[in-house]
Structures are given as structure tokens and as C-alpha cells.
Design a protein around this ligand. Structure first.
Ligand SMILES: NC(=O)c1ccc[n+]([C@@H]2O[C@H](COP(=O)([O-])OP(=O)(O)OC[C@H]3O[C@@H](n4cnc5c(N)ncnc54)[C@H](O)[C@@H]3O)[C@@H](O)[C@H]2O)c1
Length: 399
């Protein structure tokens, strides 16, 4: 490789840091330097597991060689930590959502532009095998002109007792499910269809919900209002003319029901859960005019499907999303820096999600339809046909 490696640090060595470090230590463009956490035992454990340095956040920010810092802190810390990293003069890749409120996210967007720094945010599952295959099918005209899309996520947080774990500050704008999950669906739709032009919708907190998991310490009690809106229906108009419904609900029950469908003049795409990269039963189906009623499973055209979920994480404990490729947008950002090209998970794309969610909430309050100001480019597709080990697939990211 003739490109100089990009040194990366990670702030927030909690649950999801496992999958990031697992990904980032596999790619030749990345030199994963170290990780930090407010709780030193957490960063120590991650550093030892992945053979990197345990650092403090201050050390990461002061290291002149580290170019990108990955922010895997909790959602309510994203705006604050991202601001700190940008002020230290480093590029940032944040976990989703970019921020828990539009004002803070927009301020960081402006700060990054002012300083000429790169900013991007998860999710990057749209770069996976399933959604890249779908992108190719749409770009190749297999469904004609896209007219309608449905995106639905129906989950059961009370059952899993998750609202207990949400911070008190959470819920002024958006809610658990919207800020936690809608980004997967919005990024996937924008990667397939382009940016959203107008948004409106409804959202509410489901007042009568109780903690229904008998193992939960507050079993039988009413759920606190400050968890934010937990039922949301958004109406999106894309710049290309396609309309979409975006339905998010965390008041359901397991197993989760994810649905994404894109309907066009000549065919329909039925797509898997955008919380995953694809594979292991998460497939892409196509119906075509001319074969009415027939649903074809489309072989993936791209690499980066999920790895074997039955293979245990090397930490030996439960690690969420351990078999995924979360973090490949950081690899893309590293190549983009070296090649002087735009990175796929752009700051505009990250802010777009927060702006859309804010617009839906505001629309619920004032009955207006909002024009969305951010107009991200569709992230460039990956090159098709690169399968196998990460070093082979890496070439499909480097445009
Ligand atoms: N857990 C999941 O299943 C999952 C899946 C996908 C995405 N995510 C996203 O990843 C992010 C993190 O989630 P998580 O579950 O890993 O949370 P977590 O609570 O396990 O980890 C966050 C860590 O950040 C640390 N931290 C906070 N501020 C810090 C600072 N200033 N300096 C250093 N460390 C700091 C905390 O001490 C904590 O250990 C969230 O945005 C979440 O939405 C989580």
C-alpha cells in the first residue's frame, strides 16, 4: 500500500466499541492507536483485547498524529464530545445519531466546515452487501422509477426494560426509538433514493404503558414520561419525487419487526433490516413487471455481509452487533482524506437525519410540513464484486 496509514483514536469504550475496534484493526489504511473511557477499566479491557493503547481522552486529543477520532459515547454525549474533538483539530466519526438535538448537531456541522475538518456519523449499514445490492438494482433500472417506500421498525423497549437506561436529559426532541433506530432507515433510504425535500408527521409518548418484563425492577409500574416519544409516523417526500412512510415504535414486543420496501414503475424491492449488513437470512428480494407474483431472491453483488453470528466474540462475553462491519465508514473516511475526495457518510447526511426527525416532531406540534434544508449527496456506491477477506473488500471502498 502506497498510502500513508491514518491514525485513529476511539473515545467511549462501552458496548459498541467492540465491533468498531474489531473492524478498524482489520483494515490496512487504519492504524488504530488507542481508546479511552471515563471508566478506565473499560478502556483497559478493550485496549488489551485489541492490542492498542489505553489512553485518556485528553491524550487522544493531544496526540498530533491521530487524525480521526471515533465517538462511541452515549447519544446524550455525542454533541459535547464531537465538539471537543473538532476543537482539538481532528476529524470525527460519531455513533448515531450525530446529536440528540438539532441545534447542537448543526453547531458541530458549522464548526467542522469552519475548521475544514471531516465529520460523519453512523449508521454505515447502508454500505453493506444487502443495501449496496439494492442500490445497484435501483441504479440499473430494475424497478423503474421509485414511487413509494415503506420503512417500519416495531420494537419492544418496555419488554426489554430499556427506558430505564435512558438518561434524564433525553426526550426533548425525538425519542428513544426515533433517535436510536430511525437513522438506519433514513440513511438506507437516502443512499437508495437521494435526499428528502419535505417532512411532516406525528409522534407521541404512549401514556399507558407499563414495565411488562417481570425481571425488571420497576415491573408493573407506569413508564416515566421523560423517555420521549415512542410512537412516530413520518411522511417523507424525496427530491426525486418518491414518497415514503417512516414508522418507528418502541412499544411493541419482541421479536422486532423491521420492514423496508421500495415500489417502482417496473418492480418492487423487499429489503432486509437496515440495522444489519445482510446475509444470514437477511436477503434482498425483487419482483418485476412481467413476472407478477414472483419474488426473486437476488444474490449479493457486493462484499460486507455480516459475519457468522454463531461465532462468539473474542472477548468471550455478549457484544452487540459483534458480527457486523460497523466502522467501515471510518475506513472510507480515511481513504477520502488520503485521496482528497468526499467521504460517504458525510456531515450533511448525518445532519439530514437529525433535521428530518426534528421536522417530524415539530410538525406534530404545529401541524406544519417542513422543508428540509440539508441536501446530502447520495453516498457513492461501493465497487461491486469484492468478496472474501477484509483486505480484498477494502479495495471496494477505495473509489
Ligand atoms: N449498544 C448497542 O447495541 C448499540 C448498537 C449500535 C449503536 N449503538 C450506539 O453506540 C453509542 C454508544 O452505545 P453503547 O451501548 O456502547 O454505550 P455504553 O454506555 O456502553 O458506552 C459509552 C461509553 O462512553 C463513555 N464516555 C462517555 N463520555 C466520555 C468521555 N468524555 N470520554 C471518554 N469516555 C466517555 C462512558 O463511560 C461509556 O463507557 C450510542 O450512540 C448507541 O446508540 C449502540
Amino acid at each position: 500500500m502506497d498510502l500513508k496509514k491514518v491514525k485513529v483514536g476511539l473515545v467511549g469504550s462501552g458496548n459498541i466499541s467492540y465491533t468498531y475496534l474489531n473492524t478498524l484493526t482489520k483494515f490496512s489504511i487504519i492504524d488504530m492507536v488507542g481508546c479511552s473511557d471515563l471508566i478506565p477499566e473499560k478502556s483497559k479491557a478493550r485496549a488489551e483485547l485489541f492490542g492498542i493503547r489505553q489512553m485518556t481522552t485528553e491524550e487522544i486529543l493531544a496526540d498530533p498524529e491521530i487524525e480521526i477520532v471515533v465517538n462511541t459515547t452515549e447519544l446524550f454525549n455525542h454533541n459535547k464530545v464531537t465538539k471537543m474533538i473538532l476543537e482539538a483539530g481532528k476529524h470525527v466519526y460519531s455513533e448515531k445519531a450525530m446529536g440528540d438535538n438539532y441545534e447542537g448537531a448543526k453547531a458541530n456541522y458549522d464548526l467542522a466546515r469552519e475548521k475544514g475538518l471531516r465529520l460523519g456519523s453512523a449508521p454505515d449499514t447502508y454500505m453493506g452487501a444487502a443495501y449496496q445490492t439494492a442500490r445497484k438494482l435501483i441504479d440499473d433500472g430494475m424497478i423503474g422509477i421509485p414511487l413509494l417506500a415503506y420503512a417500519l421498525c416495531f420494537r419492544g423497549y418496555p419488554f426489554h426494560a430499556m427506558p430505564m437506561e435512558l438518561p434524564k436529559t433525553f426526550g426533548q426532541h425525538g425519542s428513544s426509538i426515533t433517535y436510536d433506530m430511525a437513522g438506519y432507515y433514513i440513511n438506507a433510504l437516502v443512499a437508495l433514493l437521494g435526499p428528502v425535500k419535505r417532512a411532516s408527521g406525528y409522534s407521541r409518548f404512549f401514556e399507558d404503558r407499563m414495565y411488562i418484563n417481570t425481571a425488571h425492577p420497576r415491573y408493573g409500574q407506569k413508564i416515566d414520561k421523560n423517555t420521549g416519544e415512542t410512537v412516530m409516523m413520518g411522511n417523507l417526500e424525496f427530491e426525486n419525487g418518491c414518497y415514503a412512510s417512516l414508522a418507528m415504535c418502541s412499544e411493541g414486543f419482541p421479536p422486532e419487526i423491521p420492514r423496508v420496501e421500495i415500489l417502482g414503475t417496473e418492480g418492487t424491492l423487499i429489503l432486509p433490516d437496515p440495522n444489519y449488513f445482510g446475509g444470514w437470512g437477511r436477503d434482498v428480494y425483487l419482483t418485476r413487471a412481467g413476472n407478477p407474483g414472483e419474488k426473486f431472491k437476488v444474490p449479493f453483488t457486493h462484499g460486507f455481509s455480516d459475519t457468522d453470528p454463531n461465532e462468539p466474540p473474542k472477548s468471550g462475553r455478549r457484544e452487540p452487533c459483534h458480527n457486523s462491519w460497523r466502522g467501515i465508514a471510518v475506513v472510507d473516511m480515511a481513504y477520502a482524506i488520503r485521496r482528497g475526495r468526499p467521504h460517504r457518510s458525510s456531515a450533511e447526511l448525518a445532519l439530514h437525519t437529525v433535521e428530518i426527525l426534528t421536522a417530524i416532531d415539530n410538525s406534530n406540534a404545529d401541524n406544519k410540513v417542513y422543508t428540509i434544508e440539508t441536501r446530502p449527496e447520495r453516498p457513492a456506491p461501493l465497487k461491486p464484486g469484492f468478496y472474501g477477506n477484509p483486505l480484498v473488500m477494502e479495495a471496494s471502498i477505495d473509489l
